[in-house]
Ligand binder design. Structure first.
Ligand code: SF4
Length: 252
């Protein structure tokens, strides 16, 4: 009752009517349902969910079972342009020595570089880990912010990393878009976008929310094993009958 009364006051204040709001909700919902139908989104997601046991198979997805925001942020930064096996190995090695912003901040740079050496681009990553840790200490009292704006204000944290932290550490409904999550929906014909940022906004409009939390894990595995960047394995693909193969010049 209290909720409805407050809602009415709000609506009156902003001069909105229930009818307008309901119309908007109805339009958004119908748009999503129609898009999902015309692009076979439900069929594709059901097949891929069965095919890829993403919860166990990627380091960052496994970390969701015991969410630790700082560790998820650091592992995500280590995972950039690195193999998944390495991310897990290097993260464990690092967290055994330093698992807080203060500890990473105090680690000598050379020692940090040595610990994360096998994750690739180790010099750049060591500097990023240091500056992110220092920023967290100075501006956020060593706590990881739980909103995108503040996460993006930390130098070295981009939209994909911010969304990984929001989704995996705080359980928020967001779509972390990496290279696989950007490439595959374009190939299938769900969207037509040039950048991961545009992909995120387009997918937000057409992908039913029930798939958001699994989307990244599934598409990363799918992109690494079957729908690979240069020559995808279309002959082995479980969703080939639904795919428009847009931009695919060579396949196996
Ligand atoms: S059919 Fe080929 S291009 Fe399409 S999703 Fe499958 S692997 Fe990718």
């Amino acid at each position: 009752m209290i909720i409805f009364t407050s809602l009415s006051v709000c609506l009156d204040y902003y001069n909105l009517s229930y009818k307008n709001i309901l119309n908007k909700i109805y339009k958004d919902l119908s748009y999503r349902i129609n898009m999902a139908k015309s692009k076979n989104i439900n069929q594709i997601m059901k097949i891929l969910t069965k095919h890829f046991d993403y919860k166990k198979r990627t380091t960052l997805n496994r970390m969701r079972s015991k969410p630790h925001a700082f560790k998820i942020l650091i592992s995500c930064l280590l995972s950039l342009r690195a193999r998944d096996e390495n991310t897990e190995k290097v993260s464990k090695k690092l967290f055994a020595v330093a698992d807080t912003p203060e500890k990473i901040s105090k680690l000598p740079l050379k020692k940090l570089e040595k610990i994360i050496f096998s994750s690739g681009h180790y010099r750049k990553k060591a500097k990023t880990l240091k500056s992110v840790s220092n920023d967290l200490i100075k501006r956020f009292n060593s706590k990881i912010p739980n909103n995108k704006q503040e996460l993006l204000s930390i130098k070295g944290v981009g939209p994909k990393t911010a969304n990984i932290v929001l989704a995996f550490a705080f359980g928020k409904a967001v779509l972390p878009i990496d290279t696989h999550c950007h490439r595959i929906p374009n190939r299938i014909g769900w969207i037509k976008t040039k950048t991961p940022e545009k992909t995120e906004t387009q997918l937000e409009k057409i992908l039913p929310k029930k798939y958001w939390s699994e989307f990244n894990g599934i598409f990363v595995l799918f992109g690494k094993t079957i729908c690979q960047p240069i020559s995808p394995w279309c002959s082995r693909c479980p969703i080939k009958k639904y795919c428009k193969k847009i931009g695919v010049k060579k396949s196996r």
